[in-house]
Design a protein around this ligand. Structure first.
Ligand code: JB3
Length: 221
């Protein structure tokens, strides 16, 4: 059997929480077909999420030939993105591919590049020549402006704003409503608190809060 392309393959959603619901909604509006969801919590098995049945755990995915389906990464992130990375890499090792999810109300420049599994949610704007690497989430009403680059598994939270030319490393979480001014660089594994305004570059692994954002000792994640 030949691999189906992004527009026609049926979808399996990994995770059945709040983020999965939002994705299922976007997929329905875009006319996509979801086969079923899987969740790590056995208590959820046999139930449903946004009208999609939860049939079992991640091992159930492995009973589907990788060429026949696309996966949708339904784990969100609040403070750290490591769980997303772990699940993404596990499924990639088994040969699966991840679907891009673009809500029909999002505005995406034709010159933007969305890598595998990128998720652009309702009202988000991705401007010209922006690059979203694998598995990036740009959440509700967030904006990623011209020439930005957002690294693998990073999450731009709801209503966050990245000015032009911002660089974001892998696994970085930008909290709801945060602003990163133009041409700043954030390292890998950074946590930017909700509502922060980042006016200076931030190195790998730091936590920054406030207006203007200051680096604070990291709480256990
Ligand atoms: O703020 C917004 C707009 N969205 C948040 C999103 C980005 O992150 C949302 O409010 C939540 O804070 C969070 O959404 P998420 O990840 O859906 O969280 P929650 O509602 O807690 O659901 C996580 C689900 O994933 C639970 O049902 C877990 O059992 C399941 N889960 C955890 N690990 C897993 C795994 N499921 C699978 N299939 N595999 C796993 O490894």
């Amino acid at each position: 059997m030949t691999a189906r392309d992004d527009d026609s393959a049926p979808l399996i959603v990994l995770g059945a929480g709040g983020h999965a619901k939002v994705l299922i909604d976007a997929l329905r509006l875009a006319g996509r077909r979801v086969l079923f969801a899987v969740d790590a919590d056995p208590a959820r098995h046999g139930g449903s999420v946004a009208g999609v049945s939860i049939r079992g755990g991640d091992d159930l995915v492995l009973s589907q030939a990788p060429a026949d389906v696309l996966l949708v990464h339904g784990l969100g992130s609040t403070r750290q993105c490591e769980d997303r990375l772990r699940l993404f890499d596990r499924m990639k090792q088994h040969g699966y591919r991840f679907a891009r999810v673009v809500h029909p109300s999002a505005v995406v420049s034709p010159t933007a590049h969305l890598a595998e599994g990128a998720q652009i949610l309702a009202g988000a704007v991705i401007q010209t020549d922006a690059v979203l690497e694998d598995d990036v989430i740009v959440n509700t009403n967030a904006s990623v402006d011209h020439d930005c680059r957002v690294g693998r598994h990073s999450h731009v939270g709801p209503a966050a704003c990245l000015g032009g030319g911002v660089r974001v490393g892998e696994r970085t979480h930008i909290g709801a409503g945060a602003t990163i001014i133009q041409y700043r660089t954030l390292g890998a594994g950074v946590l930017v608190g909700a509502g922060a305004v980042v006016v200076r570059d931030l190195p790998d692994g730091v936590t920054a809060y406030g207006v203007p954002a200051r680096i604070v000792p990291a709480e256990p994640r």
